[in-house]
Structure formats: C-alpha cells, structure tokens
Design a protein around this ligand. Structure first.
Ligand code: GLA
Length: 770
C-alpha cells in the first residue's frame, strides 16, 4: 500500500512502514523505516531545533541545513557534505544540482522497466524531481511487495536540455538512518571461498563494498546487512539491502559527524561515465530493502520470499528442481561417449534425474586453452553427436543438460580466427588473458546477435532441458569501438548480457538455466531473474561449503543455491570427509552429484541411493521451506528448514573435542502443544574410518589394512546410533538431550560416533496423538 497523508508519503507492507516527507523546499526528508507504525507522523521526524554551527543553509526562503537532515536522495552543491549518491556534469557545465519535488503518481504493479527487476509489486510510486536551471528530471521509483516485507527503489534521470549531461555516479537508492550503533555485515571472499560472512562495527567515515571485475564478483556480494550491535539470528533489528544487478556494484555506508548513517547502493562509479543527450534517459538497477525487528532469520525470510516470489522467472517459481549429475569433477576434459553413457546409466540407477554434460564437449576443447566460441560438437569424443546423446539420456528417463560459456573466446578457435574484432581489446595494446581466454565484446550488437545465433542453433540441435551458463574470467582491457564513451563499457556489457539472456529465456522457457561464474562469481539478483539457481562455488568440500552456504543464506533462498556432493579427499582442500556429511551439507540447497559414480564402492552406492530417496521425499522442504540458522559458536553449524510442521535439522561438527560435552537437540518454529516424532537419518559408518581401531569395535582376526579388510570395507558398514524421539514442541524448543557422543571408550550402537567433520540430519514431523 502507498498513500499520501498531508505532506507525507507512506509506503506499507504487511509488517513494515517506510515514510518520507515532501518538505516545503521541495526536498524529500526520510522519516521512518521499520516496524509498521500508526504514530503521529511529525513525531517520527528527527528534531533539528537549533542547527549545529558552520552549516550552509539551503536558501533564504528555506533556510534548512541539508547536511543535518535525513534525506531520501541528495545532490552536490547545496550544503550537504556527506557522501553523495549522485555526481554529474550538468548541461550547464556545473556539478551543482538543484532537484526539487515536482509531482508524484501512484500505480498498481511494478514499473515497466528495461533492466531486470522484481515483478508483481503491489504498488509503485514515481516521485519526479526537477532541476529547473538545467531542465533535467529525476524519477525516484519505489515499489512495495506487501507479503514479503520488501521495498525496491530505483531511479531514472532524463535530460531535456539541448546540452549533454554526463553522469559519473548514480546510485539506485540512498537512505539516511539517524543512528550509528550498527554493524555492517558483508559477504566476501574469492574463488572457492565465496560469501564468507564478515562483521565490521561502524564508526565515523565511509565503508564501501564493491566489485570492479565486470561481474558482481566473488570478492564482495552486492547484498549486505546493517544490524544493531545486539542483533542475533532471532533477536534484534537489521536492515537488508541488495541490488538487482550483475555488473560492477558499489555500496557504501557513510557515518556523518553527527552519527547519522547514509546508506547507498548502485552501479560502481569506477570507470563509469554516461553521457545523456537531449531527451535521453538513464535507468539504474533496482535496489531491494527489507527490515527485521526479529533478528537475521526473519530478515532472511523476507528476502527469500521476495526472491522466490518476485525475482526468479515465473515458470521456475515453486518448481521442484531436478537432482543432477554433472560430469565435470569426474572427467574434466577427458571423456568419450562410452564413459558418458556409462556414467549416466550409473547415475540413473542411483535416482539422478538430469545428466549434465559440462565443459569439453565441443570443438578441439581438450583443455582450457582452446575451443571456446565454437559450439560444434567434438565428434572424436561424441561421434553420434548431441542429438543422439540427448536421446540416449532421455531414454534412460533423465533430462539432458549442457554447459556453455557464451561470453568468451579462445584465440585458438574458429570464431577468433574469423572475427578477432569480436574480442575486447584496447587498440594497439595486447589484451591480458584470464584462464587462457578473451572476453567477447557484448557492447557490440553484432557480437550479441552472433552469440544468440550460435547458441540457439546449438540448443535447437538436441533435446536440452538444462543449461549451465558459465563465465570464467574477470574483465580486463575494457574497450569497445562501438562506444562513443568508454565510460559506458562495463554497464553496456551487462546490458548486452541481459539482452542475450532475455531472448534465451523467452525462446526456451522450459529450459532450466543454472548460472555460474567459476562458481559463485556472479551470484546476484540480476542473474536470478533469468536462471533461478546458481552454482554457488567450485568448492564442494562440505566443511568450507558450510561457510559459503551460510553466507548465501542470509540474502538468498535455498532454491537458488546449487550444491553438489563430490569426491573425498576434496580436490581443493585435500580434506577427507564422510560421504554422509557431503550430502548433509549439499541437501540444504538444490542437490546434485559431481563425482565418478561408476567407481563408487557398493556401500557408497547404497548410501547415495538412500540420500537421493531421502532428498526426494523432502525436496519441497529443502528447496522451499523456511530456513533458519542457529547462532553459531565457532565452526559448528546448525541449520533448520521447515514446512507445514515438518522440520529438518542439519548439525555439523567440524573438529571433535576429546570427551565431548552432552548435547541437546533444539528446534525453532515448532508449535509447543504439538507432538513430534523425531528421527535421525541413519548415518553410514565405514570401517575405514576406524583404521587399526576396528579391532576394538568388531572382533576380527585380520589386519585392518590387509586385503580381506579392504574387501570387507567396500561392503560393510558399522551401525551408528540412531535417534527416535516422541516429544512435544515445548520440549524441542527447550532442547531434548541426545545420545552421548563417543567419549573415548567403548564402541556401541547407542553412542553417536561423529568424529571430525561428522554431521547428522534429524527430521521432526508433527503427529496426531489420541
Ligand atoms: C568453471 C565452473 C566449473 C566447471 C568448469 C569447466 O570453473 O565453475 O563448475 O564448469 O568451469 O571449465
């Protein structure tokens, strides 16, 4: 709901209010963002009663100190000296702007917009500001998403002046919060260590989160949170912000000399310059805001519901995602048709639903130095071609998925030989390579058309029901001879990318699009408007994945996080983790497998089959349930996901303590009066884990590492303690004691044996008791 009350504009969602006031001077004062309020609106304002010395007052008619006011947006040159969301060389050649309120309109639904944005808003308000001297307009656009407690903001700038206006910085939104006792929570990292949560206390000055790689990047996710110092997962105030954009982003929190926080997010001004001729306009990406007074879990629920309901493509909303087997980690580039078919057959037997053929299927691509750009099938590897392969996979009753990296080219390719000018480079300068590849110039319409044609022709060759869209290098040498101003490069590139993705989605709505960029290098809301899931990281080691998935879970729902079970020892960490733990982590997301299932030991095959059956049974909960984090102590994690009074809990132990403490099982979101049957998913205990200790567990006359035990080990597992409880919600909230963990003496089947990297899944289901 959006309405005007006197000079105030009130935006409301189910639980939140967002209020600003149109001041007599024409400036917009930010008044309130928080739990829904019906207060007297003037009482919610910051009370400036005497000014603060050494201040500049706006005008004789309106002697207001803009520097002290909480504002909705601010411009350079009229007395506000805080960090600015906007910088432009105005048509009159000055940097000074004087935008004032002109009009507003309230409409139903979302605003029609070229950039990807959230759909099906309840209401939208367009507030037009006008700079009379320059004849330039700015629209501040706000939409409310009632049920999900989110508000989006974006901006359009229109130049009506004969002279050109040159934008250097234009943030999608700005908000002034008149307090500073907040922590800034960001999600940062790099390749194989994406979205680790970092917490910084704020003090005076500016804090920024940005990417300059051409993508939203694995260095700093565009999403971030401001949380009061005493906020935790279930208690306290927090503001969540994200941006529907896949290119260079910039967000900043500036704490003023009077302890007011100015928060902004938008396109990164780094190398950005956008000229606007007469009657041209510029649209910013859309920013997303939410607020929680009930801790970070509630903040996540708002964001999750918003993404599942308004960001991901309509036909993917609520859709149960298939369990894939991806051949990359099994074979890398070294495969042939026989190997692929064999792998697919084995995968099918385990219950896999989609077979994904990753990199290496085209051209002469036998390593990462060649072939990118040429999507003609490699007949040496796949003599029957894609169509026949897809048919074979389909006959096994599995979908067929295919990997592409459409934005890139290797110099050793037919495409590059024919069109070297398609790759970006600065004239007379040798371009730098990343993963041996160059970036195609998506600022050039001809290249965009070529990519579409090339891609669509390949897709039309076979029955493809899933695409993995990869992008494996950062952009360098940004230059396009199609641009009059190279300051447009980064944003134009993203517009070119969105153009291709939009056509792909329109032409093949049935294809499930998973995006990827060396793992989570482009995990953002922009990509999610085209493909509903993202390969979260090339890192599938469950212990470090926990941090990645935890980080993502703050702002992205489990239905968007693609997670695979892979081999151990793990390729990147060399850590040997139990198969069960790999599943127990990967199941909190969209589950897949990425290992050579042809060579699984019999006990592993049985375990994987059971895992897949278990996941299928609870898939709807794992992908769309309400997800909860527990306040983390050190490196041990607990997650919960719930739907219709069925709850699944994942508990993860990184390093076991000698003689560990007794533990309780806690649940959230259960009804105290209801009775729950709680059981633990049986955990397979392979005898390998015991080494020479096996002689204490089972009396065997053989050497633990001898041939006999090695053979037995392929089949035989030991029983691990299982939990079965009948308890009510009150007890679960209070914590129900678990069977003790192994404390150094006596193996028996009543004692939980977790060890290092151990984990457990518990299911609590409401039952009727008479
Ligand atoms: C990237 C992806 C991987 C895999 C390889 C193939 O690294 O993140 O999952 O697809 O490319 O080259």
């Amino acid at each position: 709901m959006i309405y005007q009350k006197d000079s105030f504009i009130c935006l409301e969602t189910k639980e939140l209010s967002y209020i600003f006031e149109i001041l007599p001077s024409g400036h917009l004062e930010h008044v309130y963002f928080g739990t829904k309020t019906k207060s007297k609106l003037t009482d919610l304002k910051v009370k400036i009663t005497a000014g603060a010395g050494s201040q500049v007052l706006y005008s004789d008619d309106h002697p207001i100190p803009l520097d002290l006011l909480p504002l909705e947006y601010s411009f350079i040159g009229k007395g506000d000296y805080r960090l600015m969301p906007f910088e432009a060389k105005m048509p009159n050649g000055s940097f000074v702007c004087d935008f004032k309120y002109k009009s507003h309109t309230i409409i139903d639904d979302s605003y029609d917009y070229n950039l990807p944005h959230a759909l099906n808003a309840d209401k939208t308000i367009i507030v037009t500001l006008y700079d009379e001297v320059n004849n330039v307009e700015v629209d501040l656009i706000y939409s409310t998403f009632f049920e999900t407690n989110t508000i989006t903001r974006k901006l359009i700038i229109r130049n009506m002046n004969e002279n050109t206006l040159v934008i250097r910085k234009v943030m999608s939104m700005m908000i002034d919060v008149p307090e500073m006792d907040y922590d800034l929570i960001t999600f940062d990292g790099g390749w194989i260590k994406e979205t680790h949560k970092h917490i910084r206390p704020l003090s005076y000055g500016t804090y920024s989160i940005e990417s300059t790689t051409g993508a939203s990047s694995n260095r700093h996710n565009p999403g971030f949170i401001l949380a009061k110092k005493d906020t935790n997962e279930d208690y306290g105030i927090a503001i969540g912000i994200n941006l529907v954009y896949s290119g260079n982003h910039y967000s900043a929190v500036h704490v003023s000399n009077h302890g007011m926080m100015r928060v902004m997010t938008g396109i990164n001004p780094h190398c950005f310059e956008w000229p606007l001729e007469k009657n041209a306009f510029f649209e910013t990406p859309e920013a997303v805001l939410t607020y929680s007074a009930q801790g970070l879990n509630k903040l996540s629920h708002n964001m999750h519901d918003f993404i599942n309901g308004h960001i991901v493509p309509k036909n993917n909303q609520k859709e149960l995602r298939p369990i894939v087997l991806n051949n990359w980690e099994a074979f890398m580039f070294d495969f042939n048709q026989r190997k692929i078919i064999n792998l697919a057959r084995k995968a099918k037997k385990l219950g896999v639903e989609m077979f994904v053929l990753d990199d290496g299927w085209f051209s002469n691509r036998n390593d990462d130095t060649k072939g990118l750009g040429d999507y003609d099938v490699n007949r040496k590897k796949l003599p029957s071609g894609l169509d026949k392969l897809a048919k074979k996979i389909n006959r096994m009753k599995m979908g067929f998925g295919l990997w592409f990296e459409p934005e890139m080219v290797n110099q050793d390719s037919k495409l590059f030989t024919m069109h070297p000018e398609f790759a970006i480079k600065v004239p007379y300068l040798e371009p730098s390579k990343g993963r041996n590849q160059l970036v195609l110039d998506l600022c050039n319409d001809k290249v965009v058309r070529y990519i579409k044609e090339n891609l669509f022709n390949t897709i039309d060759c076979a029955n493809i029901s899933y695409i993995k869209w990869d992008m494996n290098r950062h952009i360098s040498d940004m230059y396009s001879n199609k641009l009059s101003n190279q300051g447009m490069f980064f944003h134009k590139y993203i517009l070119g990318l969105y153009d291709i993705l939009k056509d792909l989605k329109t032409r093949y709505p049935h294809i499930l699009l998973e995006t990827c960029s060396s793992g989570g290098n482009r995990f953002d809301l922009g990509m999610l408007t085209f493909g509903p899931q993202v390969w979260a990281s090339d890192n599938t080691d469950p212990m470090t994945r926990l941090k990645i998935q935890e980080g993502l879970s703050y702002l992205y729902p489990l239905s968007t996080i693609s997670c695979h079970v892979s081999e151990a020892p793990h390729a990147q960490t060399l850590r040997k983790t139990p198969l069960e733990t790999r599943f127990n982590v990967a199941s909190f997301g969209v589950l897949g497998y990425e290992l050579d299932v042809r060579v699984l030991k019999p006990y592993e095959r049985k375990a994987v089959k059971e895992q897949i059956a278990f996941y299928k049974k609870y898939r709807d909960i794992f992908q769309y349930g309400k997800f909860y984090r527990f306040n983390r102590k050190g490196n041990d994690f607990q997650f919960q996901v719930s739907k219709d009074d069925t709850h699944i809990i994942g508990r993860y132990q990184t390093i076991v303590d000698a003689s560990p403490n007794f533990e309780k099982l806690y649940l959230k979101n259960v009804n105290e009066a209801n009775t729950y049957s709680v059981y633990s998913k049986p955990n397979v205990l392979n005898i390998d884990r015991f080494g020479h200790l096996i002689k204490h567990a089972v009396k065997v006359p053989f050497k633990h590492d001898g041939l006999v035990m090695r053979i037995i080990g392929k089949y035989k597992t030991l029983d691990n303690a299982q939990t079965k409880l009948l308890v009510d919600g009150a007890a679960l909230k209070n914590g129900v004691p678990l069977k003790q963990q192994f404390m150094g003496t006596y193996y028996n089947t009543e004692t939980r044996l977790l060890g290092d990297y151990g984990s457990e899944l518990y299911v609590a289901e409401k039952i009727e008791v008479s």
